[in-house]
Design a protein. Structure first.
Length: 37
């Protein structure tokens, strides 16, 4: 899947799965908005 030029909102980005997903999306070129405590 191509994420370059896309925007993603990731909840639970403090740790665990949300954190890992946020990092991966950013590496793949997405703009990432994080929601965390």
């Amino acid at each position: 899947m191509e994420f370059r030029g896309k925007t993603a909102v990731v909840t639970g980005a403090t740790a665990g799965v949300g954190h890992a997903v946020a990092l991966r999306l950013a590496r793949e070129g997405a703009k990432v908005a994080l929601i965390a405590r």
